[in-house]
Write a protein that binds this ligand. Structure first.
Ligand SMILES: [Zn+2]
Length: 820
């Protein structure tokens, strides 16, 4: 018999692992391996049986296990009274001369917030899906473990599930019979990278013969109610997977490290995707209903390539502690764009980097919370702090820095260093210092100096263009060596010349471009703000949409949005540019990027509340003009329609769209845009609860439930806002519903009505975040997306002067910085 403690109903005080604890434990434990048996057949709770073997230099340590309802413990064959505080399980009496064998049997609750063993019942068909979403320090919500990246271990996993379910996990399936699934033992991986996904998945599978003479099983999986969508996209998903896989095989010396490659669209994932070894999970919004737009296809291909790169960058070679998050995410960001373009054939992805990704990095880098791409370990003292650095710095800026590194070093030297690193640390852990050593061995350049300037310092330089007479001169306001392309245009915006420059501390004169308008960073190679000389700006801003190269247009648009943020350009001037030039823009990704900046950055952060309605109306006018100018180009029309649906005050037009399920002849109303229109009508007071219920029934999916919740919350009445706020506070509200309610709640033109809820949010949010990191991030996202007045900003400052949990504090400080 195993000793058993009943922990039902106790309050947990779970603390996140600290750097000091992790270092101490890694110093005394070694040769860790796990056997894990999960029983997912229970309706309310699941059972987790962990057997962990390890060597220890000390007699005492601890396993993490979070929120277990019952726990029993066997240490080297003997039943032991579990010393368990709801977060950690104390192990005593360990052998120091022989291998220890510890068994932990636990009952744990399912979750609905995307951290841990997440359950989801599909309203479309009643099917239930149960998936372990780990990462960060969530593994302990599923099994007892030494939950840190540098205690890698092999995992032998078996799962009992509903016999009608398919179960997916990291390793290939060894056997399955009557609901019991056994998986091949994994190579050494961090506990946080374990995955299990059970449910009646719809699957598309194939086997590929590899150059090495072996074969590898591939699969794409989605909820049964998304079978039509998966089948619609299956050929492209397979082609993209195979092309990226082949490209990595060319690029990377180390063979693919795992025994299978499944990719699953899962419900309720907090991340865009998670790089679980051999079995990647994607949020299933990436499999949209109706048509998928070209921008969505391109971004999805980038994510596929991003996650595949993690098989090496992160899964095989893993950071030691979280300060090197960039060493995984910046690489995956960089490789995602590179391989989706060069391998899978999605063209012009640098445009998306400039218009969609890098602005995220610039915004993050301009806040007080900015940090070096590669911070010091001591600056990331615990896992909660680590959860705050999965930000625009670690992804977008780090990825941009690697573009700059490869451009400066030369691609051959860069890839030689990268390959040396991946081979040295196969199935092991590494740090920045190890990476620098790997790069130095393949280059004669001053890699250390580059790393110091680009990865160890926060912030970014500004490249300033001025004139000496007619001659453009570039100067650097900052401290980094910037290598980039300069493009020069005549007054008709014809490209006259391009050249590569390296800008250091000395001004750089460009006599060959005398009298011409110049665009620094025209190839998007560096990560820097731009200031144009007045003559160049007059030419460029006078004909933005006529510049032939979409990458240059994207660079200019992003630079403009950044100038609004730094208050070098007014919101009015920005909206003038949008109205004057965006309707003629030919690329949907640029249209979407500019409109997103206008709606999510410029209006809430730089337009006073009293002028918000006018600013939204200007965006709507531009969208109407853009839609009219789209002609036969359906991609452009769909991009414009999405924004018009969310900003228009023309209720009759929006109702017409719902009636016909079309935007215009030949342009379908996509399900997501349809919900934008319903939410918009609701916010205008033009859609009542009955109309919303009719729309929800017509839709019949999880997305329809969320759309209806959002629309009900958007209605301009205190009763509707009260109901939404109460629903957000309901215990157990799931992550998606919480996000939908918040999105419906905060409408820029309802500032007056929303006043009391801003105060309620500040008062009640800190208590909501105790559910865990993912929900804490969600609560941060629910921050009022409206203009705040001076008194409200003071209230936010006062709240921050008190005790605010780590993740929420980071989010609030960012919101405050964005508005100051
Ligand atoms: Zn990633």
């Amino acid at each position: 018999m195993l000793a058993r403690a009943d922990l039902r109903g106790r309050t947990l005080a779970v603390v996140s692992l600290t750097l000091d604890e992790a270092r101490a434990r890694a110093g005394v434990l070694s040769s860790v391996s796990y056997s894990l048996d999960l029983d997912l057949t229970g309706a309310e709770t699941f059972r987790s049986l962990t057997r962990v073997r390890f060597s220890s230099a000390v007699a005492e340590t601890f396993l993490e296990l979070k929120g277990a309802l019952t726990v029993s413990l066997l240490v080297n064959g003997a039943a032991v009274e579990a010393a368990y505080d709801g977060g950690r399980l104390r192990l005593t009496g360990l052998l120091t001369e022989a291998v220890n064998d510890v068994e932990v049997a636990a009952t744990l609750p399912y979750t609905t917030d995307g951290d841990g063993m997440h359950t989801f019942t599909d309203p479309a068909d009643g099917s239930r899906y149960v998936s372990a979403y780990l990462g960060m320090d969530n593994a302990a919500k599923v099994f007892a473990c030494f939950d840190q990246n540098d205690l890698k271990a092999t995992f032998a996993v078996s799962v009992s599930a509903d016999p009608a379910d398919t179960v997916l996990a990291n390793g290939a399936v060894v056997s399955h019979d009557a609901g019991r699934w056994v998986f091949a033992t994994t190579p050494p991986i961090p506990p946080a990278l374990l995955v299990v996904a059970a449910g009646p998945w719809h699957s598309v599978r194939w086997t590929a013969e590899l150059d090495s003479g072996t074969s590898l099983g591939f699969g794409w999986h989605a909820r049964r109610s998304l079978a039509t969508e998966l089948d619609r996209d299956a050929a492209e998903l397979r082609r993209t997977s195979e092309a990226c896989f082949a490209h990595y095989a060319d690029l990377i010396d180390e063979p693919f490290p795992f025994d299978s490659y499944d990719q699953v669209f899962v419900p309720g994932l907090n991340w865009g995707a998670q790089e679980m070894p051999g079995c990647v999970t994607y949020r299933d919004e990436l499999l949209p209903r109706g048509a998928i737009t070209d921008t969505q296809r391109a971004i999805r291909a980038v994510i596929i390539a991003h996650e595949m790169s993690h098989m090496w960058f992160g899964d095989s070679m893993t950071m030691t502690w979280w300060e090197d998050t960039w060493l995984q995410e910046s690489f995956a960001d960089y490789m995602g764009y590179r391989v989706a373009e060069a391998g899978a054939g999605f063209s012009d992805l640098r445009v998306e980097v400039e218009i969609g990704s890098k602005p995220w990095g610039y915004r993050a880098d301009a806040r007080r919370s900015t940090h070096p791409v590669a911070p010091l370990a001591d600056d990331v003292p615990d896992v909660d702090t680590a959860a705050t650095i999965f930000d625009g710095i670690s992804y977008a800026k780090g990825g941009a820095c690697l573009v700059q590194l490869a451009f400066w070093l030369g691609d051959e030297e860069f890839m030689a260093g990268v390959n040396r690193h991946l081979t040295r640390f196969r199935f092991a852990n590494a740090t920045l210092a190890d990476f620098v050593e790997s790069l130095e061995a393949s280059s004669t350049k001053d890699v250390r100096g580059w790393v110091e300037a680009w990865l160890r310092r926060p912030g970014f330089d500004t490249v300033v263009a001025r004139r000496e007479g007619d001659v453009p001169v570039l100067e650097r306001d900052g401290s980094r060596p910037n290598a980039f392309t300069v493009a020069a245009y005549d007054s008709a915006l014809r490209l006259v010349g391009r050249r590569r420059v390296e800008l250091g501390a000395e001004p750089l004169s460009l006599p060959e471009f005398a009298g011409l308008a110049v665009v620094p960073n025209a190839g998007g190679e560096t990560f820097a703000a731009l200031r144009f000389d007045p003559a160049s700006w007059e030419t460029l801003s006078g004909g933005l949409s006529r510049i032939e190269d979409p990458l240059v247009r994207a660079v200019l648009w992003s630079s403009t949005a950044l100038q609004v943020r730094s208050r070098d350009l007014s919101a009015d001037d920005y909206l003038d540019l949008v109205e004057a030039h965006l309707p003629a823009e030919t690329r949907a990704d640029i249209i979407e990027g500019v409109l997103s900046a206008a709606r999510s950055v410029v209006i809430p952060q730089r337009v006073p509340a009293s002028q918000a309605a006018g600013a939204v109306a200007r965006v709507a006018a531009a969208a109407a003009a853009g839609l009219a100018a789209s002609g036969e180009d359906e991609q452009r029309a769909l991009a414009w329609a999405a924004t018009l649906a969310a900003t228009s005050a023309d209720a009759e037009m929006l109702r017409g769209w719902l009636d016909t399920d079309r935007i215009a002849a030949g342009v379908p109303l996509l399900p997501t845009t349809r919900w934008e229109a319903v939410v918009r009508l609701a916010s205008l007071g033009e859609a009542d609860a009955r109309l919303i219920a009719t729309e929800r029934d017509r839709d019949g999916t999880a997305e329809g439930d969320l759309g209806a919740a959002r629309a009900l919350a958007a209605r301009p009445s205190t009763i509707a806002k009260d109901a939404a706020w109460e629903a957000m506070l309901a215990p157990g509200v799931d992550n998606r519903r919480f996000g939908a309610l918040a999105s419906g709640m905060w409408i820029p033109e309802q500032t007056h009505l929303l006043r009391p809820y801003v105060a309620d949010y500040l008062a009640e949010a800190p208590a909501l975040v105790s559910r865990g990191q993912a929900f804490a991030i969600e609560v941060g996202h629910a921050f009022p997306r409206i203009a705040l007045d001076a008194a409200q900003l003071d209230a936010l400052r006062a709240a921050l002067a008190g005790d605010v949990p780590t993740i929420l504090r980071r989010s609030w400080e960012d919101h405050l910085d964005d508005r100051e």
